[in-house]
Design a protein around this ligand. Structure first.
Ligand code: UDP
Ligand code: MG
Length: 306
């Protein structure tokens, strides 16, 4: 019996892409000696994404499955819902917009057959993203890689994972999973496959700059508690600075060379005020994450499925 490969495809408002993606992916898979199934995860789309998937499934019932969320829960939740549902011996997670070239699946599958449990697609080139987006992505991956000790440079969500990895991933209870991070964190034998990010064929990217910043802060803070230590480090620096500055001020006072000093005072007040507020903000982010965890709500709610 040949292996079963599950394709997990999160889709949010992708009505224009569903059937094209399906056809392109089938073209590649039909050439390979493998049975496959599609798990589309409709992440609360407000357009006709679900109907498109349903129409496809009418022609290919056994191979197309769909989970439809009750609202938009985000790509990470969609990926985990797909992993939970997949029955494959290996699963490939990929975007619906064909920015992850289906032809790469062939190489991923070959490497899996060779014995690798995780085959990560890494971006050779970030495609036609604008320069700010590229720069932010660089900073994000540099920060998260150094804080979490996991190399996430040029990481993508285009990954093949073995059943054993899927099992490990879906057993993680965190409220807000970060697939790219967790699929490296679990360990296992892994290998990288570089690919060129294709241009999005139809539809639009779901990311705004603000959304990306939020996503970056969220994922850095769920993956590392080090920023909390920043507060302590800044406190220590400030204590040393204040000992020095205080000493200097006293010296000037006793030698009668003290100046008005208003500029220094206001400067220091603003600086310390700013640092205290940033520090409280960082603590706040972690508290809100603990809050989300203790509520123990499900990561997503499935409304329809077939
Ligand atoms: N996506 C999703 N939920 C969301 C946002 C995006 O399932 O809330 C899916 C989207 O349909 C696509 C993939 O995630 O299949 C990547 O999204 P997009 O192309 O918008 O991101 P980009 O490639 O611009 O980073
Ligand atoms: Mg895209």
């Amino acid at each position: 019996m040949s292996d079963l490969l599950s394709l997990i495809i999160p889709a949010f408002n992708e009505e224009q892409m569903i059937s094209t993606a399906y056809k392109e992916i089938c073209k590649v898979l039909d050439d390979m000696d493998v049975s496959y199934e599609f798990i589309f995860v409709d992440d609360g789309s407000t357009d006709k994404t679900f109907d498109e998937i349903k129409a496809l499934a009418d022609s290919d019932k056994d191979r197309i499955h769909c989970i439809s969320f009750s609202r938009n829960f985000g790509k990470e939740s969609a990926i985990f819902a797909g992993l939970n549902e997949a029955k494959g011996d290996c699963c490939v997670v990929m975007d619906c917009d064909l920015q992850h070239p289906p032809a790469v699946i062939r190489e991923m599958y070959r490497l899996w057959k060779e014995g690798f449990s995780i085959v990560e697609g890494v971006k050779k080139d970030r495609g036609s993203e604008n320069i700010i987006h590229k720069l932010m992505a660089k900073i994000f991956y540099a920060v998260i890689s150094s804080l979490s000790n996991i190399d996430l440079k040029d990481a993508s969500d285009f990954v093949l994972v073995d059943r054993s990895v899927v099992k490990a991933l879906v057993s993680m209870p965190e409220a807000a999973p970060f697939f790219r991070g967790l699929s490296r964190w679990v360990g296992f034998k892994s290998v990288k496959v570089p690919f060129d990010v294709a241009d999005r064929k139809l539809g639009v990217s779901k990311w705004s700059t603000g959304g990306l910043i939020k996503y970056a802060i969220h994922n850095i803070t769920i993956f590392s508690a080090d920023p909390l230590q920043l507060v302590t480090v800044m406190g220590v620096i400030f204590i040393f600075a204040s000992i020095f500055l205080g000493g200097e001020a006293l010296f000037r006072y006793f030698t009668h060379t003290a100046l008005g000093g208003f500029t220094t005072v206001i400067g220091l007040i603003l600086l310390t005020g700013g640092i205290i507020m940033i520090s409280l903000g960082i603590i706040g982010i972690y508290i809100s994450q603990i809050y989300d965890e203790v509520k123990d709500r499900p990561r997503y709610i499935i409304e329809k499925r077939f």
